[in-house]
Ligand binder design. Structure first.
Ligand SMILES: *[C@@H]1O[C@H](CO)[C@@H](O)[C@H](O)[C@H]1NC(C)=O
Ligand SMILES: *[C@@H]1O[C@H](CO)[C@@H](O)[C@H](O)[C@H]1NC(C)=O
Ligand SMILES: *[C@@H]1O[C@H](CO)[C@@H](O)[C@H](O)[C@H]1NC(C)=O
Length: 414
């Protein structure tokens, strides 16, 4: 039973599909480029070919010549005339634009009969670039995702990593220019609740042929002059790790630090950074493009460090504001100075105490054993000299000692 039923269905399907006329062909034409709308027929004599779009004549061919039928197509349409006698009535359309999309009919009349075919034409201006940047123009901080010259208008979606409980409320504007191409700008207000978020903007072309992503993260870190510092950069899992670049911005001047290319496995640093910036090349391919700053200097190395993982359709950017503070360096120096002062004071106090005790013992010794006096004095001599030195130091600046103590307190409770 089941077998006969299947057979009936199959036969029915075959018969219906052979009965229907040729199904619509689909063609996607690239914006401003040439396009071929296919149409073939059983060759015979006396062909008359007409191309129409939704019943509006577009192009005609007859023995002796061919011509565009509509001003919209003037000078942009032609047939492959030498192929017509072989049954090829395809239309060659040049410089496609949004207005050319639609359903076309190829109508061929020969002495043998009439042939008709339909072609659905889509026109696409693919996404060629996507930018994601921080903007502070409108009073509050926003992340702005932009793409231009795209047709049809693409879809924009936002996400964050890690995801937030708050719904994201982007404002997206799509504006068409004179040619009908879209400029898309989507703005998302920065969430204050979590500062360390990666914002991800995904733009899909309307026909689903392309998906572009751009992601952005911003952070601030502090470093200490002279102490090596690692500036993090981590690519999201979907991001191809093909190429990485690091740059540095200070006082609105941008300088390239280094670039890394996974294909050549070469990393090239620009001149002043060769010595002080290091990249672990093995980790880059695994998505960790962190940069190590060697022996940073406050004035030279304080600024914004930007890492960009990029591949043709995916870009991940991280801006890290780095503050290399020299203040802590001064503190360290003053801490060292104060340490010496404390040592000096302690030595002075100990020496004073020692002299006191020895003096006391001497006095007692003088009283009890006056004969041993010359030996003792000679033993005492060096001790006495140092004592005098230390004492001189500590006593000459009692104020400094006081300052030292207060600095010390500062260090303990920063
Ligand atoms: C017709 O000829 C053109 C030019 O040679 C070719 O590009 C096209 O594919 C042909 N179309 C058909 C339906 O054979
Ligand atoms: C874009 O395309 C991807 C893959 O096809 C899909 O997962 C995603 O949901 C699409 N996003 C939008 C905004 O259409
Ligand atoms: C860097 O840090 C120091 C001390 O923490 C601070 O005084 C200074 O304003 C910071 N500089 C920048 C550019 O943030």
């Amino acid at each position: 039973m089941a077998v006969t039923y299947t057979w009936t269905c199959l036969l029915l399907w075959i018969s219906t599909s052979t009965q229907t006329t040729t199904p619509d062909a689909h063609v996607t034409c690239a914006f401003l480029e040439d396009c071929v709308l296919p149409c073939s027929f059983q060759p015979d004599s006396d062909e008359v070919i007409r191309w129409l779009k939704q019943e509006v004549p577009v192009h005609s061919f007859q023995r002796g010549g061919e011509w565009s039928e509509h001003e919209q197509y003037a000078g942009r349409t032609s047939l492959f005339t030498h192929m017509v006698s072989h049954g090829n009535a395809s239309l060659h359309l040049r410089g496609c634009g949004p207005r050319d999309r639609g359903r076309y009919k190829c109508h061929v009349r020969t002495s043998a009969g009439v042939h008709e075919a339909h072609v659905i034409v889509r026109v696409e201006a693919p996404i060629r670039a996507l930018s994601l940047e921080l903007s502070r123009l409108s009073g509050y901080e926003e992340v702005k995702c932009t793409t231009r010259h795209v047709y049809p208008a693409p879809h924009v979606a936002w996400a964050t990593d890690p995801p937030t409980a708050q719904p994201l409320r982007p404002i997206t504007r799509k504006l068409a220019d004179r040619q009908g191409l879209y400029a898309v700008e989507s703005r998302l207000r920065r969430l204050n609740s979590q500062s360390e978020l990666t914002y991800i903007c995904t733009v899909n072309s309307s026909y689903g042929s392309q998906t572009w992503t751009a992601s952005l993260r911003e952070r601030e870190i502090n470093g200490v002059e002279g102490k090596d510092l690692t500036i993090p950069c981590h690519a999201p899992p979907y991001q191809p790790k093909s190429s990485l670049s690091w740059s540095f911005t200070n006082h609105n001047e941008e300088a390239l630090i280094l670039t890394y290319d996974s294909q050549s496995q070469l990393s090239s640093a620009s001149a002043p950074w060769e010595v002080c910036a290091r990249l672990d090349v093995l980790k880059v391919a695994l998505g960790d493009g962190s940069l190590q700053l060697v022996n940073p200097v406050s004035l030279e190395h304080t600024g914004t460090y930007t890492c960009v993982y990029s591949s043709p359709q995916n870009t991940h950017t991280e801006h890290t504001g780095v503050n290399i503070s020299a203040v802590t360096g001064e503190r360290m120096r003053s801490q060292e100075e104060s340490r010496w002062w404390i040592i000096a004071v302690v030595i002075a106090v100990l020496a004073l105490a020692l002299t006191g005790i020895l003096g006391y013992l001497k006095v007692r010794g003088n009283q009890s054993k006056p004969r041993k006096r010359p030996e003792e004095t000679s033993e005492m001599k060096p001790v006495k000299e140092t004592t005098a030195n230390e004492r001189g130091l500590s006593e000459s600046s009692p104020l400094t000692t006081g300052e030292t103590l207060s600095t010390n307190v500062n260090i303990l409770t920063p």
